[in-house]
Design a protein around this ligand. Structure first.
Ligand code: ACO
Length: 324
């Protein structure tokens, strides 16, 4: 068996936050944020949105593009670092919202690489015959874990969700998920992390704030190196070269990292899907959100080779090569 990517969908919450909005209460500026990151705005959840509700909205759109219904789904995997509850998982909450009564689901904690990790797992479960129709979702409400007094982090992230629907297909065919490649280096866990979790206190017994902390320069340095390696790994595993790639759909963290990867692949900018300017970094949601946008507007179509890559807190990183 192999997994074909049959549809994609995205969802952005309604509350738009521009750089100038942030600069109203923070020592930063639109010019600094645009120059260093490419980000101009981001969306933030309001009272009506949850990680689960955004995931379900994106999933419905992915199913619609695939011409599928909830009855076709027997697996749901959600990449998220901001679940609404410790358990049940976002995945099974989505299952219930979509009215699905069979199959199975779970969440994956792999920060900004959460979608690539989830895609890899779903592909493996389809290849081994344990699922025939899989929703792979990234959904994040990072605004809940940002320290809005820390200008080095809070300007970088946004909320949203993206999803793809994978269908099992028989045999080796030319299309589908060609390969996925996952990596982790836990010894670098302290350059990007959340300082706390539900019920965990510091040594003085005080609850930890549960906010995102980052050494941006270190993350940047590792991102460029690791993502480059991961891209080469995906291409060589399939006997393909850089010129074979039709589209790069990268994790949307920083325009400078994205431009660097595009240059490495020798791809003209119009072959790289970019949403970071409008969505900021939506962590596990960023790749499926970008993919959905480019499939909906017809840029990415059948037969094209799409390369995805992401890196996040852990450090965790990986890539996926998909022929639509
Ligand atoms: N506004 C104005 N000034 C700022 C801001 C801000 N929002 N943030 C930091 N600065 C200041 C710093 O305080 C520092 O000032 P100082 O020189 O007086 O001390 C100066 O800008 C330079 O700070 P650096 O952190 O060295 O700036 P850098 O050029 O590295 O850019 C950035 C910071 C944008 C965070 C960059 O390091 C980066 O993008 N790193 C990758 C991190 C990332 O993308 N993380 C997302 C999660 S992981 C991933 O998705 C890949």
């Amino acid at each position: 068996m192999r997994s074909r990517l049959a549809g994609a969908g995205g969802y952005l919450p309604g509350h738009l936050v521009t750089n100038d909005d942030l600069a109203a209460t923070l020592d930063t500026s639109d010019a600094w944020i645009v120059e260093r990151t490419g980000i101009r705005q981001r969306y933030r959840v309001g009272p009506a949105d949850t990680t689960t509700s955004m995931a379900a909205a994106a999933a419905r759109r992915a199913l619609a593009m695939a011409g599928a219904t909830a009855a076709d789904v027997d697996l749901i995997i959600v990449g998220t670092s901001t679940p609404d509850q410790a358990f049940p998982s976002v995945a099974v909450r989505v299952q219930a919202l979509l009215g699905i009564e069979r199959g199975f689901g779970f969440d994956v904690s792999a920060a900004c690489a959460g979608f690539v990790y989830a895609l890899s797992l779903a592909d493996a479960l389809i290849r081994t015959g344990q699922a025939r129709g899989a929703l792979v979702i990234g959904s994040e409400a990072f605004s809940r874990i940002l320290d809005y007094t820390d200008r080095g982090t809070c300007v970088l992230f946004g909320d949203g969700a993206g999803a793809v629907f994978l269908r099992a297909a028989a045999g080796e065919g030319a299309d589908g998920i060609l390969s996925t490649h996952l990596h982790a280096q836990g010894s670098l866990g302290d350059i990007l992390y959340v300082d706390g979790a539900l019920g965990v206190a510091d040594s003085a017994g005080q609850p930890l704030p549960g906010k995102l902390r980052m050494n941006g320069r270190e993350v940047f340095r590792h991102a460029v190196q690791r993502l480059s390696e991961s891209v080469d790994e995906a291409l060589s595993a399939n006997g393909l070269g850089r010129a074979d790639v039709d589209w790069l759909v990268p994790h949307q963290a920083n325009i400078r990292i994205i431009d660097g990867m595009g240059r490495k692949l020798g791809l003209p900018p119009e072959r790289v899907v970019i949403t970071v300017d409008r969505h900021a970094n939506t962590s596990a949601a960023s790749i499926p959100l970008a993919l959905a946008e480019a499939m909906e507007d017809g840029r990415i179509g059948q037969g094209q080779l799409v390369l995805m890559e992401a890196l996040g807190g852990g450090l965790v990183w990986g890539s996926a090569l998909v022929r639509l």
